[in-house]
Design a protein around this ligand. Structure first.
Ligand SMILES: Nc1ncnc2c1ncn2[C@@H]1O[C@H](COP(=O)(O)OP(=O)(O)OP(=O)(O)O)[C@@H](O)[C@H]1O
Ligand SMILES: [Mg+2]
Length: 252
């Protein structure tokens, strides 16, 4: 395990107006590992991820990336650091094709014209590097793709850039068995390529199938971050539902 985590958060707070959503949250993610982030609906997972991705700033706490303190103020700032978030709502444009979606807002140009050939080649190369074979042509419109295929495009888009950290907010929530399997394999491949991957999931089978570590949030607080191999399904479910399990979780 590398000494310095790619992502390290310590003592992070976040409020929306009078509502405090994150309390003293600590969280780390390491290169080459999948870290599952679990917690019940409303526990603060998406809020944490949006802070990591520069969608909103944390109110307090330490945010280190590759050991250096950072403060991304926008998704663009975060992307410049190598942070890509695949949001819960995906945010793909239905009326654009796969290549256009993958390069949206970061188009390559050749003089004043878009370099369509280069973008198409890079999109196809990324999909093939990640062994994605289910989408057919990279010129298909996203509106024609299934939920799983869209998820694949969103993840490949995150992997296209020089990413160091990819965060997936519930990638398999609406997927069938076979498509979930494919997305999980893709998640594993990202980590095997040396990225730090954070996977938010409510599905314990997915968490145990693919993660190296699991971090649990309970009512906006970190209650545990442990190696997945050191805990059982039941313990993780207890952490999610009651904020503790045996020796795990804060002392009463
Ligand atoms: N912009 C906002 N303004 C006010 N409250 C918010 C805002 N965003 C989130 N919250 C609140 O913060 C809490 C945590 O929400 P968050 O979306 O982070 O939960 P989550 O763990 O991702 O849940 P889920 O599993 O349902 O996706 C919720 O109580 C939610 O209502
Ligand atoms: Mg959420």
């Amino acid at each position: 395990m590398p000494a310095t985590p790619v992502l390290e958060l310590r003592g992070v707070d976040k409020s929306f107006g009078p509502v405090k959503v994150l309390h003293d949250v600590s969280f780390t993610a390491h290169a080459g590992e999948v870290t599952a982030l679990v917690g019940d609906n409303g526990a603060g997972k998406t809020t944490l991820v949006k802070g990591i991705g520069g969608v909103h700033a944390f109110d307090r706490g330490v945010y280190r990336f590759d050991g250096r303190p950072v403060r991304p103020r926008s998704p663009r700032d975060a992307a410049a650091l190598g942070i890509e978030i695949v949001h819960q709502d995906l945010a793909l444009c239905e009326n654009l094709d796969i290549v256009e979606n993958m390069f949206l807002g970061r188009e390559r140009s050749h003089g004043i014209a878009l370099d369509e050939a280069a973008m198409e080649e890079a999109a196809a190369a990324t999909l093939s590097r990640l062994s994605v074979r289910t989408v057919g042509s990279v010129r298909r419109r996203v509106s024609e793709l299934s939920g799983g295929q869209r998820q694949t495009v969103a993840i490949a888009r995150a992997a296209l850039w020089d990413s160091r950290l990819v965060v997936l907010d519930e990638p398999s929530a609406a997927l069938g068995v076979a498509q979930t399997q494919q997305v999980l394999e893709l998640v594993r491949r990202l980590a095997d390529r040396g990225l730090a991957v954070v996977l938010i999931s409510h599905n314990m089978n997915d968490v145990f199938a693919v993660s190296d570590r699991v971090a649990a949030l309970y009512l906006g607080r970190t209650v545990a971050q442990v190696r997945t191999a050191d805990v059982t399904h039941r313990q993780v479910v207890e952490l999610i539902t009651s904020g503790r399990s045996g020796d795990l979780g804060p002392r009463a």
